[in-house]
Design a protein around this ligand. Structure first.
Ligand code: MG
Length: 306
């Protein structure tokens, strides 16, 4: 099947998420021993090929971009509630899942949400924003996206960073290895600590766990933290040379929040490289209920038509 860039992106997000979810928060020796690109079965008992919050919320963002509605906090919150309620998925943080269960509209969501998180929930759903052609719009939308749930300098910066990595790749603004400068420029003025972290990562030739994961997580992997996740994405995309299979494997080997890292990275690399380099089970066994594989393909088609 010939897929366009939008479809590749959405399927990349879901495949990275569904595969990465089986290795989430597991000790490194276990991951490296059991990481086989041969089935969706990993180290936990997830149903094969099911995606998590990363994909579901990215679908919500994509659906709002396709709709004729304005990209506002209200409309996006409404989409988050709608997408969860019509097809509840596992993988959300427990507290946030309980919150989604408890609200019935976007208005109620915004009224009751505690939006001061610095975790990676805004970053993980920002990849679809990269398709927009105007960088100012992307930064504006990425800020709106973060402000609903992660209205902190770090939460906002992580959302802008991921959206601009996606934009850079989608519109082929340069080579993968040169991704850092574009994103650092796009994040100027948002959060000094994040920017100096991205700068330090850029200047390192090889992986330094202590730097990438932070002192408290050096033995653990990518924490569920917006700044660290954005840094891991910059690092992996900059080193990827467009190799999707290797990028998926490396995303998992970093450990920690593997589904978010793999979802973002695979969504971005798949845009131009497609999915053909991946073992076919990743596509064939991806969930395909009402909002699964075929739905993502149709959503990508609609996004490209828009
Ligand atoms: Mg997840």
């Amino acid at each position: 099947m010939k897929l366009n860039k939008y479809q590749n992106m959405l399927l990349g997000i879901a495949i990275g998420d569904a595969f990465g979810a089986s290795y989430e928060m597991q000790p490194w020796p276990k991951i490296s021993k059991q990481l086989h690109l041969s089935s969706y079965h990993g180290l936990n008992n997830r149903k094969q090929g099911t995606y998590t919050d990363d994909t579901q919320m990215s679908i919500a963002v994509a659906e709002l971009l396709i709709s004729d509605k304005e990209f506002t906090k209200e409309n996006l919150a409404e989409k988050f509630v709608e997408c969860y309620k019509r097809d509840p998925h596992q993988g959300y943080a427990k507290g946030f899942q309980n919150f989604l269960e408890s609200v019935s509209s976007g208005e109620e969501f915004l009224e009751k949400i505690n939006s001061n998180s610095i975790r990676n929930g805004a970053a993980m759903r920002s990849v679809p924003l990269g398709v927009l052609s105007n960088l100012e719009d992307i930064i504006k939308y990425a800020k709106i996206n973060a402000s609903i749930t992660h209205n902190t300098p770090k939460g906002i910066t992580s959302s802008v960073c991921v959206a601009t990595v996606s934009h850079y790749v989608f519109h082929k603004l340069g080579e993968y290895k040169d991704i850092f400068d574009f994103c650092i420029d796009s994040c100027q003025g948002l959060d000094n600590e994040s920017i100096s972290f991205f700068e330090r990562l850029k200047n390192r030739g090889c992986l330094e766990p202590l730097l990438l994961f932070g002192e408290n997580h050096a033995d653990f992997g990518v924490p569920c933290d917006g700044m660290r996740t954005a840094g891991a994405v910059l690092y992996l995309v900059s080193k990827s040379k467009g190799n999707l299979e290797k990028s998926l494997t490396k995303s998992i080997l970093l450990g920690g929040d593997t589904d978010s890292t793999a979802s973002i990275v695979c969504g971005i690399i798949a845009i131009n490289e497609g999915l053909n380099s991946l073992p076919s089970f990743l596509f064939d066994k991806l969930e395909n209920d009402k909002y699964g594989r075929d739905y993502l393909i149709s959503l990508g088609q609609q996004l490209s038509a828009k």
